[in-house]
Design a protein around this ligand. Sequence first.
Ligand code: CP
Length: 397
Amino acid sequence: MMPPLSSSITKSLLSARPELKFHVSLVNREMPKGLKSHSDLVNEVSHLEIPKYVGALKGKDFLNTQDFSQEEITQVLDAADDLKEKFKSRVETPYAPGRTLFMLFYNRSLRTRNSFEAGIYQLGGHAQFLSPTDVYTPTLPEDMEPYKTESISDVARVLSRYGDAIAIRIYGDAAKWVIRRGHRVMEEFARWADIPVLNMEDDLYHPFQALADIMSAREAEPKLQGKKFVVSYAYSGGLKPLAVPQNDVLISTQFGMDVVLAHPKGFDLEDSVIEAAKENVKRYGGSFEIADDMRGAFDGADFVYPKAWSPKQFVPPISKTVNKEGASEYQAKFKDWIATPELLDITNKAFYMHCGPADRGQEVTDEVLDKYERSLYFEMAENRLHVQKAVMAMTMG
Ligand code: CP
């Protein structure tokens, strides 16, 4: 009979693999399945040592990448690299064991919902999906309706008693198309919740998309500084929020890239975002300019990110009312803002980027999406999983 495990090995084993408690208690009589000896167990423990990034941002909200330093974002990206490697080699990563993530979606989703749900499961936790129409709709004070809505302040405090983080998506119709209203909902949750609030996209920011985007760019070109990164408007028949272009201008300037924002008249981003991008340039180097010509912006680019967003003058607070028809008609003037192979030819063999879902035949041609060799479209979708696991392990672990 082998001697019993020492208390320090037992402690680190149980902290890494709490589900092995039963086996540890029987360790002198019965080895866990697949393990033959105590040295196997010791190897298992060292293999599963908890990385330093777990809990590094414990309890913090994640509403916008700009709330974090370049150093902290780099730590998230490094953690995501580690989690990606472990995922590919099927190494277990129980870094948020038993934790519950509440996911409140006011809008539809493929990538965000499924990557968060798979991600928390892979960290040893559980995701709970909340449709705002199946609960009493969490609502700002001015919009309350008896027995149909519930104040965000109460919802946030109730969920804080059950689980470990609340993730929210809200923009467009759900935020009444009033710019900043979706973000206000996010901030209201963050104000009242005792657990981290994670922004799964509001009307201003999409931080987990921006993290996946910069991770994908860094994989493609490990040295980002000095690379030309173009965030360009591209036409869509739908009305899309400002969140992705705004967050990508912020994160690319935070990494010292030479960033060009290209759009037709009327598609300006929020002034606060432009100011923050300029501040990033002062702090991190690189450059930031705004152009009104897609072709000129693409010239010599290393990364191009052509995607739609909506013109602001048709929605409050700039317009008194929401004028969706006006916005659609205005957008339709810019159907020639589309990513084509011919346009990509004038770049510096640029990597094509889009957060998805891309509108085929409007934002981008089929040929680019299906055949362009330097497309990062699916890598970006894939990396959502890894950056989100990183932030969950850091804030909830
Ligand atoms: N990019 C993105 O957020 O995709 P979904 O809308 O599918 O979640």
